[in-house]
Design a protein around this ligand. Sequence first.
Ligand SMILES: Nc1ncnc2c1ncn2[C@@H]1O[C@H](COP(=O)(O)OP(=O)(O)OP(=O)(O)O)[C@@H](O)[C@H]1O
Ligand SMILES: Nc1ncnc2c1ncn2[C@@H]1O[C@H](COP(=O)(O)OP(=O)(O)OP(=O)(O)O)[C@@H](O)[C@H]1O
Ligand SMILES: [Mg+2]
Ligand SMILES: [Mg+2]
Lengths: 227, 227
Amino acid sequence: VAELRDLRKVYDLGEVKVEALRGVSLTFEEGDYVAIMGSSGSGKSTLLNVLGCLDRPSSGQYLLGDIDVATVDDDTLSEIRGRRIGFIFQSYNLIQQLTVVENIEVPLLYQEGTSPETRERCIELAKMVGLGARLDHRPNQLSGGQQQRVAIARSLVNDPFIILADEATGNLDSKTSEEIMELLARLNEEGKTIIMVTHEEDIAEHAKRIIRMKDGLVLEDSINSSP
Amino acid sequence: VAELRDLRKVYDLGEVKVEALRGVSLTFEEGDYVAIMGSSGSGKSTLLNVLGCLDRPSSGQYLLGDIDVATVDDDTLSEIRGRRIGFIFQSYNLIQQLTVVENIEVPLLYQEGTSPETRERCIELAKMVGLGARLDHRPNQLSGGQQQRVAIARSLVNDPFIILADEATGNLDSKTSEEIMELLARLNEEGKTIIMVTHEEDIAEHAKRIIRMKDGLVLEDSINSSP
Ligand SMILES: Nc1ncnc2c1ncn2[C@@H]1O[C@H](COP(=O)(O)OP(=O)(O)OP(=O)(O)O)[C@@H](O)[C@H]1O
Ligand SMILES: Nc1ncnc2c1ncn2[C@@H]1O[C@H](COP(=O)(O)OP(=O)(O)OP(=O)(O)O)[C@@H](O)[C@H]1O
Ligand SMILES: [Mg+2]
Ligand SMILES: [Mg+2]
């Protein structure tokens, strides 16, 4: 469902170039459940941003379905992203002026638009992540873990094929983390592809496959023998 | 060194009141090393904000040293905070327009001011958290874990008595987390009081005392028998 071929990403800051990805080749099948681990700065978020069509590679190919993402213009890329991909950002990226429900609705504004039915769906998603009593709160009135859960709910509103999660339980206690992991497991059983970045081994244990990165390269890519 | 007596914090949002702290009484001695755990939304960050003089309680007392924080005006509070407390925020609160070194310097601007010596100190702190190659980067050019490390370095620049850390390793891989935990252990041996919020048992294990919170109350407060 997604294939990266010798992918490279260089951030050019003038006098300094940062090689965030230095030749990554990976294939993801439909229904995969992958954990990506690696040290801070090893390129995990950059990899996820390329997979999520939020950033274009400096060189190499990214085939999503049978589309070579490099050949596609920005509007089409935006369309693909909105329809197929749900993204949980490492820093949530919530909109401060919008409430919990409105934040969850945001991806719909770019796609099908909103309606009483879609608003109901957003409320359901908020309840599913335990925020039923916080629907009208704004991000600065929420705890860190509550904000993270809004980001999780938002990533699901478009019923995406692929869910990209960057440290999605980094601010959640073990019980709430477990609830989120059960949710992801259910979504994977329904056929969704899940690619999550995590630094916690217990979280990675839920995945079927574990990829370890170091300095912009894939160090290891193996089946999880004990999920 | 710090004492909370029947502390309460209510967020009043008009029609809804959120009782974030519902009567917390705790005493912290100099040189304490405390981990605070509890579910998402249980009041941990709110407690830390009150301890860090970033927020005033709705009722109850907070005695810092022998000063009743409620009797003190905002400027004095600001002064106490700047001199004695180092804070690592759950969402870092870095300034986007400033570089790594400039961000670490920020607390000095409110206290002693900056100089070539203080700039050297900030560079040393950046190196200590592994960001020696990123001194002129801005936050949006850093990975999540790198941003977290800038926040950690900044919390130390005023050589504070008390370090308040809110999920300070939430975005760090295990090796980098270990390095930060060793740094905190050294600071504690030097006599600094460390109060850290964490949801990870392995991180809490480094502390000498573990406090567990639930729904705005302290559920448990015990010596860590296996640090
Ligand atoms: N500014 C605010 N206005 C209204 N409610 C707030 C505000 N800040 C926090 N709250 C609420 O107070 C409660 C406690 O929040 P707090 O941030 O202390 O939780 P926490 O234990 O740090 O959670 P987490 O582990 O998710 O970071 C939460 O239910 C939250 O929704
Ligand atoms: N916009 C940018 N400009 C310049 N350098 C960048 C930019 N974004 C990331 N980098 C650099 O690219 C490298 C990889 O960053 P990335 O965010 O992918 O790391 P990561 O593995 O997600 O780290 P973490 O675990 O700390 O979140 C880092 O060294 C970082 O400093
Ligand atoms: Mg990252
Ligand atoms: Mg918190």
